[in-house]
Design a binder for this molecule. Structure first.
Ligand code: ZN
Length: 509
């Protein structure tokens, strides 16, 4: 395990704390302005967060308290075994890779997407599945405690640079896919505690660690309102199966401990809601093809998709879209994209949008609503991927309106399909997470404060990061001490990126 403390000491000693501020070069005044501006916005959203009490008592200084995020996930290691990687990164970054670099704001706060992940994600832990399961199952809770204590040290003590100036790291959130949030938080309520049968023996526990959604009196499927009945149930019921070391050691908002585990936009959308939506949209679009045979209709759809990708210089990500690609072997199954490539969801949505922009279907209620849902969610996505870390109240309003519109249409599509006896637009728990994002943005607008971009805490780049050490694990032979060698190889690689970016300068040529 590498500690956050050691990373910070390394940055401080080598004058590259600016990496954690999203800057290209060191600039202490600007770095402090960035942290100060961040906490001013954060305070309006979370006035009772422990960091403000500590700042008032003089434990730490907000101008030099860097907000950081933890991320954990399982990648594929040697012999296809799972390989767990945990890392941390700053919330500040260099924006998005394809964004024009026009931000001239002094206290600029950009999302942490651009750049090689070895230069903006920092490994803490790398383990093979067998290192923390079965005989070694004690490792997992010890590991979580060790990471939490490390985070605790970072806000209590922090590290000093060569001039004796102290910096603190404030872990503001745990990020990852839903299974990881569930596991790292030891929650009693999560996606896998959903009610699946019509008749139930025991009341369902609910699906969400933040609210009581999915319990008998609180449906998670109320998509057609911006005031679903779960809103007042947020933080009213403890979701922890056992006390969490993260709650014990890290700063949080009193009474809202569960909020530390934040949902991720990438998993919610690209690998969730959008896959469900795209599945149904593709199913309906293939039905417009003039062939009697289902496979032929999918071939015709694929030809159009691939030719569109070619003319619009998009990577197609697949050679063939089949009924199996959307899990629609029979019409009595709900279609949903089966792929695990977020990129394919993105390009497919662009294609579907272009179809709906060039063609209307006034006689088809389902297709008309699908088009409206598509436009709303595409507009929302474009705004988020072009915006900085904070959205002003007007933009929060616009984004939440677009998200609510998508949810409304999705709910109507589900109802309408059911009425028509068609299995389309499946309702899965992830749609609830999208509603959480939108309710939060709407609340920021109503309070007239800056709202946090849904992408500020996104795992999208971290997914690339965990893939890398996992691939390293595949290449390193199984002889002991294998974990040390994976870590060594990772550090050598990260070092090369630090040199390339001139974060580190080697003396003597
Ligand atoms: Zn919820």
């Amino acid at each position: 395990m590498l500690k956050i403390q050691h990373w910070f000491e390394f940055f401080a000693k080598n004058s590259c704390l600016h990496i954690l501020h999203g800057l290209k070069k060191p600039h202490p005044q600007r770095e402090q302005a960035i942290c100060k501006a961040f906490w001013a916005n954060w305070q309006k959203l979370h006035p009772d967060h422990g960091v403000f009490k500590e700042a008032a008592e003089g434990t730490l200084c907000l101008d030099r308290a860097i907000p950081i995020l933890l991320h954990g996930d399982e990648g594929r290691g040697r012999k296809h075994g799972a390989h767990f990687v945990m890392s941390f990164h700053s919330i500040f970054g260099k924006g998005f890779a394809n964004q024009k670099k026009t931000c001239k704001v002094w206290a600029k706060m950009q999302n942490n997407f651009a750049g090689h992940t070895y230069s903006n994600r920092f490994m803490l832990v790398s383990l093979r599945k067998r290192d923390y399961t079965d005989m070694n199952s004690d490792t997992w809770p010890s590991l979580m405690t060790a990471v939490a204590e490390d985070g605790g040290f970072m806000w209590k003590t922090g590290v000093a640079n060569t001039q004796g100036v102290r910096y603190w790291g404030i872990v503001v959130a745990m990020t990852g896919d839903w299974p990881f949030l569930h596991k790292s938080g030891s929650f009693t309520r999560s996606f896998n505690t959903i009610q699946k049968r019509l008749r139930i023996n025991r009341a369902p526990a609910g699906i969400c660690h933040l609210c009581r959604s999915g319990q008998p009196d609180v449906p998670f499927e109320q998509l057609e309102t911006r005031r679903p009945s779960w809103i007042p149930t947020q933080f009213t019921q403890d979701p922890f199966a056992e006390p969490s070391p993260f709650t014990e050691h890290l700063l949080h908002e009193e009474g809202k401990e569960a909020a530390f585990w934040t949902y991720d936009w990438f998993h919610t959308m690209h690998l969730g809601v959008i896959r469900n939506f795209v599945g149904s949209a593709i199913a309906m679009l293939t039905e417009l093809e003039p062939y009697g045979n289902k496979d032929e209709r999918f071939s015709a759809f694929t030809r159009k998709y691939r030719s569109w990708c070619h003319t619009h210089s998009r990577r197609a990500y697949c050679t063939k879209i089949t009924k199996e690609s959307i899990g629609w072997e029979v019409n009595s199954k709900f279609p949903s994209a089966q792929w695990h490539k977020g990129g394919l969801s993105t390009v497919m949505m662009e294609y579907i949008e272009s179809v709906f922009r060039s063609q209307t279907f006034p006689d088809d209620e389902l297709l008309t609503m699908t088009a409206e849902a598509c436009f709303a969610v595409q507009d929302l996505s474009r705004i988020l991927y072009r915006s900085p870390m904070w959205l002003n109240p007007e933009l929060c309003k616009l984004c939440s309106e677009l998200g609510f519109k998508f949810l409304r249409r999705y709910g109507q599509l589900a109802t309408c399909s059911k009425r028509m006896g068609r299995c389309l637009f499946v309702l899965q728990p992830k749609v609830h997470l999208l509603q959480h994002f939108m309710v939060d943005l709407h609340a920021a607008h109503q309070k007239n404060v800056m709202g946090l971009n849904c992408l500020a805490t996104s795992c999208q780049p971290s997914e690339d990061f965990i893939g890398r050490p996992s691939r390293l694990a595949r290449r390193v032979t199984a002889q002991a001490p294998v974990l040390h060698r994976i870590m060594d190889r990772y550090l050598q690689s990260a070092y090369a990126h630090f040199i390339r970016l001139r974060y580190l300068v080697r003396t003597g040529g």
